[in-house]
Design a protein around this ligand. Structure first.
Ligand code: ZN
Ligand code: ZN
Length: 321
């Protein structure tokens, strides 16, 4: 019996030891997995924080981009000095502002964000400019998790001022502008005379839009219907045009460029149809190859004709033939 008891005691001891070892192993496994889990959790939280900051930063590119374009265009209009390289100037201005934004993230959230603008280009829609930015983000405690991303933001140019008329005619003292229109006084007639255009005097006191607005009458062929053309002129709209100048080149004072751009109409102060003078599209007037058009009435009020000069090709584009 004694031996049996001893045997039982031994078995109990062995079983106890095995159980303790098993519990120890299990605990170690559990503790390890808890550590892993909390690590994953903190990593997830951290990656979510960075992701959130990146999304927010991305939104800021569009706002900062528009602010920069607005500032630059205002400066060009005030100084009447064209930009030498609009892409470079825009790039530098946006970069400065993005660097300041990065500093804000570092100070407030301890997130390091560095960004580098890799490209400024015309969008396929000439009413937008594309800004491409390479972004790198990390936090101090992140385990070397760098978030790298290249993003492209479309920056609208709508409601910005058009610097082209100011850069072409703004030095003439009879030139003026208000919140909606450019009034050329004698400046445009002088400009056209200088460029050997016939009947330049018809453009004395002509006017044109000053703020970029996209024409809502698209397809453009409907300008020939009813009062559409009158409404278009009154609303100071701009149109897409393969021959028209893009906004980037307008900032450089170029009247035409190879990009897919925009055009608007310059309206003379005369009221007589069937006269000949330079065609009214701003890329024809300010471009290298100016050509004539015939004045036609697009609206009549109180027996007075509102006319503009247009060539056949533009008349066809706008459904006016
Ligand atoms: Zn229009
Ligand atoms: Zn261009």
């Amino acid at each position: 019996m004694k031996i049996k008891d001893d045997k039982n005691g031994n078995i109990f001891l062995v079983v106890s030891i095995i159980t303790i070892i098993a519990i120890l192993i299990l605990s170690i496994i559990l503790i390890n997995s808890f550590i892993d889990l909390s690590k994953i959790n903190s990593n997830t939280i951290e990656s979510e924080t960075i992701q959130y900051a990146l999304d927010d930063y991305k939104k800021n590119i569009a706002i900062i981009g528009y602010e920069s374009l607005k500032e630059i265009s205002e400066e060009v209009i005030t100084t009447k000095v064209p930009l030498k390289d609009s892409k470079k100037e825009i790039k530098n201005r946006i970069q400065e502002k993005l660097d300041l934004k990065s500093l804000e993230y570092l100070n407030s959230q301890n997130i390091h964000i560095t960004s580098h603008i890799t490209n400024i280009a015309n969008d396929e829609d000439p009413f937008y400019i594309d800004v491409t930015v390479y972004i790198n983000a990390y936090t101090e405690n992140s385990e070397k998790t760098n978030y790298r991303k290249t993003v492209m933001e479309k920056i609208s140019i709508i409601n910005l001022k058009d610097p082209l008329p100011v850069l072409k005619c703004g030095n003439d003292e009879s030139f003026s502008y208000n919140q909606t229109h450019v009034n050329y006084g004698n400046s445009l007639a002088n400009y056209l005379k200088l460029h050997d255009q016939k009947n330049y005097e018809y453009y004395i006191n002509a006017s044109s839009p000053f703020i970029i607005k996209k024409c809502i009458y698209d397809p453009y062929i409907q300008h020939g219907i009813g009062v559409t053309m009158k409404n278009c002129v009154e609303n100071c709209y701009y149109h897409e045009s393969a021959d028209g100048t893009c906004y980037l080149h307008r900032l450089e004072g170029k009247g035409d460029c190879l990009d897919y751009g925009m055009e608007t109409f310059i309206i003379p102060a005369i009221h007589t149809p069937n006269l000949q003078a330079t065609s009214a599209s701003d890329h024809v007037i300010f471009g290298y190859n100016s050509y004539p058009g015939t004045s036609f009435t697009f609206n009549t009020y109180d027996g007075i004709n509102e006319v503009m000069f247009l060539d056949e090709s533009h008349k066809s584009k706008y459904g006016l033939l």
